[in-house]
Design a protein around this ligand. Structure first.
Ligand SMILES: C[S@@+](CC[C@H](N)C(=O)[O-])C[C@H]1O[C@@H](n2cnc3c(N)ncnc32)[C@H](O)[C@@H]1O
Length: 177
């Protein structure tokens, strides 16, 4: 019984530590909190990303990996995610295991990675970070690579597509690098 109590205490301690680390990283390093893309809006992307089986999608700031798992299952895409915050990263690892997914997950700052392998890049980040990420992708990626933004986008650039829901509320902005 004492051993059980000790294990619960240790796990609680680790969880609290991870939560503190996540809050710290969110405020001081990521500068954007973990807010996952809503699952019900993902199917809006489906008709626009058909016939891309086997291509590589990066989620730069992948959170719990939801978008990549969805893209793997529904679109047959390969996935690679970068996440800088410990708790969302841990969630993504557990999720990958439970889903038996092949998505690659890296505990890393995407600004320090090379994005050149991507065929598609997905991001859900605040505007100043999206603009910085767009410039990075433009420098590193092949021409024609899709850059897909959820909600926030590089304001000064015209997307090739704006994807809205049935009430005409825009959610996704697609750019071609
Ligand atoms: C709004 S959430 C979006 C999560 C996921 N992409 C989705 O759409 O469900 C943004 C995530 O990006 C992560 N992030 C922010 N800056 C990052 C960076 N430089 N490198 C890696 N991850 C970053 C944050 O920790 C957060 O989990």
């Amino acid at each position: 019984m004492q051993l059980f109590k000790d294990i619960v205490l240790l796990l609680t301690f680790i969880l609290v530590l991870l939560m503190f680390a996540t809050v710290f990283v969110s405020f001081f390093m990521a500068k954007v909190p973990f807010v996952p893309t809503r699952k019900k809006i993902l199917p809006l992307l489906e008709p626009h990303l058909k016939d891309r089986q086997g291509q590589l999608m990066l989620d730069i700031g992948c959170g719990d990996g939801k978008v990549l798992f969805w893209a793997e299952k529904k679109l047959g895409l390969k996935g690679r995610g970068f996440e800088i915050s410990p708790l969302p990263y841990l969630l993504s690892i557990v999720s990958r295991y439970l889903k038996s997914s092949s998505v690659e997950l890296r505990f890393a700052n995407f600004f320090k990675q090379n994005l050149q392998d991507a065929n598609l890049i997905f991001c859900y980040l605040f505007p100043e970070l999206v603009e910085k990420a767009y410039d990075q992708a433009k420098k590193q990626c092949k021409p024609g690579t899709l850059f897909i933004c959820n909600t926030f986008r590089p304001k000064q650039l015209e997307p090739v597509k704006i994807i809205s829901d049935e009430k005409n509320k825009p959610y996704f902005y697609i750019y071609q690098l």
